[in-house]
Structures are given as structure tokens and as C-alpha cells.
Design a protein around this ligand. Structure first.
Ligand SMILES: NC(=O)c1ccc[n+]([C@@H]2O[C@H](COP(=O)([O-])OP(=O)(O)OC[C@H]3O[C@@H](n4cnc5c(N)ncnc54)[C@H](OP(=O)(O)O)[C@@H]3O)[C@@H](O)[C@H]2O)c1
Length: 253
């Protein structure tokens, strides 16, 4: 995402009357794109699903947001390279913000996971973000004010009975990656932070939250007594990208 791109300005609200219609599919990515675009960022997003992406892009266009998108399976190294090459072309080689939001989990007992499960979950949750950072580095550096936000998870900080051990290990590694980049790339004025949500009302958490017993268990372990909304994650993500957060790096929230 480019904070300055084409007259965009972070910190300003959306034009009048451009908030409020129901999202096509409420995933964290959708909320993050909306949040940043509403603050004036020019955003390039990706999805594996062309029909859904086009529907979202149309909706954002109607709201006056500057959002473009690519089809990309983040598990594919080639497609990640193509995505970043598109971003570089569109943003003239400069990028202010990289959000690593891609993630998925399959919860199984550790002894049941296969080698394929391991490879798929690590590739989706960790390798894709690692490689995206490598690819984005020259663009973030060129912007002279870069910010990376990783969407991690509470499961990457403490052991939970949800998500599964591979997902948890990948999210723990994401937190450590965010910390390392915060130190390694500070000299290039690139900040790096992690946001670690607990249960958020998206399709990923649907299995748990639609089950009354499991949902109650989640609520009991949550200080506010309820699952979060995607918007409650995206507002924090956006804050970490604002000039107001210019001294925040190596944070895990
Ligand atoms: N929901 C929660 O309770 C919760 C809690 C903690 C952390 N998180 C984290 O929040 C992030 C967003 O998850 P969500 O809750 O919004 O889950 P979701 O509803 O399942 O959405 C997953 C997102 O990841 C994208 N994605 C998954 N695999 C991909 C791939 N191979 N290539 C490209 N995109 C891929 C999906 O895009 P397409 O399907 O459009 O391709 C979608 O945007 C994840 O990193 C997740 O681990 C979620």
C-alpha cells in the first residue's frame, strides 16, 4: 500500500457518505483494506478468488476508494514474485505499507498431522510472509518510511487448545520475524510490528463461534466477554501504519 500515492493522504476520513455498506465477505483483509483506503491510502490487495476479488474491487470503487487487486495464491513463490512486481510497477518502485494477513489453520492433534499438512500450513502462514518481506524490502526502503504489519495470533504467544500446533508454531515464528526485521531494517526507516488477535468473527473462526459451547468458552476467556469484529483488528493495523506510530516498532499487540 502506498500512503502518498496519487494524492492519497493518510489521516483524513473518507469522503462524505462513503462508509457503511455490508462487506461481501467479512475477513480481516477486507476490513484492513477498507480501513487504510478510507484513510486515503492507495491499496493493492490480492486474493485467490477472482470473482470475490472483482466484487470487492467494484464495491470499493463505488465508495471512492483507490484499491486495485491481483489474483495470487500466496503459497506459490512465482505468484508472490508476480504480485510484488505488479505492486512495484503500480507504485513506481515505492511502498509505504506491507500487511501480511494471509493465514489459515487446520486444527488436528499433533500426531495426526501429515507432512503435507505441515508443509502447507508453514508455507501459507510463515513462508509466504517471509518471502513477501524479502520482495517488498527494496520498495519499502525506497519510500523512506516503510511499515510492515504481520497478522499473527494469540496462538503464537501462548498455547491454546485451538488452531493446532503447526499454526501456533508458524504464528510464533511470525512474531519473531517481526522482531528481527524491526531491528535489522530500522536503519532503512522500516518499522515492523505484529498484531496478535484472539477470536475474531471471520470465516476462519466460524467453526468455533457458531458452536454455542465453544463460543461460550471463548467468551469466558476474553476480558470483554465476546469475540472481536474484523474492524477492531483493522483499526489497530491502520494505527501502526500512521505517522502517529512512527516510534512503534518491534511491538506485539
Ligand atoms: N479470525 C480469527 O479468529 C483470527 C484470530 C487470530 C489470527 N487470525 C489471523 O488473521 C488473518 C486473517 O484471517 P481471517 O480471520 O480473516 O481468516 P479467513 O476469513 O479464513 O481469511 C483468510 C485470508 O487469508 C487469505 N489467504 C489464505 N490462504 C491464502 C493463499 N494461499 N493465498 C492468498 N490468500 C490467502 C484469504 O484470501 P482468499 O480466500 O480471498 O484467497 C483471506 O483473505 C490470518 O493470518 C489469521 O491467522 C485470525
Amino acid at each position: 500500500m502506498n500512503r502518498k500515492g496519487r494524492g492519497g493522504r493518510m489521516g483524513h476520513g473518507p469522503p462524505k457518505g462513503q462508509r457503511g455498506s455490508a462487506p461481501v465477505r467479512v475477513v480481516t483483509r477486507y476490513a484492513v483494506v477498507e480501513e487504510l483506503a478510507s484513510l486515503g491510502a492507495t491499496v493493492h490487495t490480492c486474493s485467490r478468488n477472482e470473482a470475490q476479488l472483482n466484487e470487492c474491487l467494484h464495491e470499493w470503487k463505488m465508495k471512492g476508494f483507490r484499491v486495485t487487486g491481483s489474483i495470487c495464491d500466496a503459497v506459490s513463490r512465482t505468484q508472490r514474485e508476480e504480485l510484488m512486481s505488479t505492486v512495484s510497477y503500480m507504485f513506481n518502485g515505492k511502498l509505504n505499507i506491507l500487511i501480511n494477513n494471509v493465514g489459515t489453520s487446520t486444527s488436528k492433534p499433533t500426531l495426526v498431522y501429515t507432512a503435507e499438512d505441515f508443509s502447507f500450513l508453514i508455507s501459507t502462514n510463515l513462508e509466504s510472509a517471509y518471502h513477501m518481506c524479502q520482495l517488498a524490502y527494496p520498495l519499502l526502503k525506497a519510500s523512506e518510511a516503510g511499515s510492515i504489519v504481520f497478522i499473527s495470533s494469540v496462538a503464537g504467544v501462548v498455547a491454546t487448545s485451538t488452531g493446532g500446533s503447526i499454526y501456533s508454531a508458524a504464528k510464533g515464528a511470525i512474531n519473531q520475524l517481526a522482531k528481527n526485521l524491526a531491528c535489522e531494517w530500522a536503519k532503512d526507516n522500516i518499522r515492523s510490528n505484529s498484531v496478535a488477535p484472539w477470536f475474531i468473527k471471520t470465516p476462519l473462526a466460524e467453526t468455533y463461534l457458531s458452536n454455542e459451547k465453544l463460543s461460550e468458552a471463548v467468551n469466558c476467556q476474553t476480558p470483554l466477554g465476546r469475540a472481536g469484529e474484523p474492524k477492531e483488528v483493522s483499526s489497530l493495523v491502520a494505527f501502526l501504519c500512521l505517522p502517529a506510530a512512527s516510534y512503534m516498532s518491534d511491538c506485539l499487540r
